[in-house]
Design a binder for this molecule. Structure first.
Ligand SMILES: [Fe+2]
Length: 297
């Protein structure tokens, strides 16, 4: 498989200060010392950063950094993308240094979601210390979490991640809601080579901010509960109550970021070491319990 995990996400915002407060005081990520009023890097672990928040004119998710385990794998997948006619912009050394990786290439999936395909396990060299005492984020081999991106061309987008980037099916569902199409809307959850249940999911939903949600994972339910308390105290919109997903078994809640998309904050996500032992599932009930949604304004 070409991709091992989610390395980072980049976000454009009009209000970097709001993101700093949200990122540090609610999520519990750590702003790097070289963050500025125009550019905020948030750490979750031993990597130099996992979120980069960039000052701009809009509230917009910019891209996901998807990580290949080696330069060889990265080169091979870029060749495959070239042969398939996908427009790939190979970054130079300066662009790689800017992303704190060893190699970077920029492209888009068929729905227009931007991807930076990267390789290089760059180590910050200083410990991650959460400003609000989150003991750790569950990352490592699994990367920082997952992204759920929107698509208006569901089948093409699924095929792109599977056939060209080497993702595998973990789960699929059709989401039904009052007034929606009879056949429901598709959601496809795909795993990379790392143990996380899904690193990318695609959903047939609109997302004005460019992202349906991203996810971070913490070690225990108490860490989730403490984050929920911090979010409520800070007046952050809670997009979904606590609940447990049927597919990856994660216990989580969802809250609204300053850029309009949600962060799922959870624990207990299912992990798989050997993907050849797993048969993809089709889920007909999204949650074992909870996850009552409030899409808000
Ligand atoms: Fe999620």
């Amino acid at each position: 498989m070409a991709v091992r995990s989610l390395a980072y996400i980049r976000v454009e915002t009009r209000d970097v200060g709001a993101w700093r407060r949200f990122g540090e005081e609610v999520v519990g990520a750590a702003a790097t010392p070289d963050s500025t009023e125009d550019r905020l890097m948030l750490r979750l672990d031993g990597r130099p950063w996992r979120f980069r928040i960039e000052k701009g004119e809009q509230e917009k998710y910019l891209c996901a950094g998807l990580e290949c385990p080696s330069e060889e794998t990265w080169t091979a997948v870029l060749d495959k993308l070239d042969k398939a006619g996908v427009a790939v912009e190979r970054g130079d050394a300066a662009m790689a240094a800017d992303r704190h990786v060893r190699g970077v290439a920029s492209l888009a999936d068929p729905a227009g979601n931007r991807i930076e395909l990267v390789w290089g396990n760059v180590v910050a060299g200083t410990p991650f210390v959460s400003p609000v005492g989150v003991p750790a984020f569950v990352t490592g081999e699994m990367g920082f979490g997952h992204v759920v991106v929107p698509t208006s061309c569901y089948d093409d987008t699924r095929r792109f991640y599977k056939d060209l980037l080497g993702f595998g099916d973990s789960d699929e569902m059709r989401v039904h809601f009052p007034g929606g199409p009879e056949q429901g809307l598709g959601m496809s959850f795909m795993h990379a080579s790392g143990p996380r249940h899904h690193t990318v999911a695609v959903g047939e939903f609109p997302a004005p901010s460019g992202l349906i949600h991203t996810m971070v994972e913490v070690p225990s339910i108490d860490d989730v509960g403490l984050a929920l308390d911090r979010a409520l105290a800070a007046g952050v919109h809670i997009s979904s109550t606590l609940g447990r997903h049927t597919n990856d078994k994660m216990i989580s809640f969802y809250m609204r970021t300053p850029s309009g998309f949600d962060i799922e904050f959870g624990c207990g996500g299912e992990q798989t070491v050997d993907w050849t032992t797993v048969t993809p599932t089709f889920t007909i009930k999204e949650d074992l319990w909870g996850h009552k949604w409030d899409f808000g304004a």
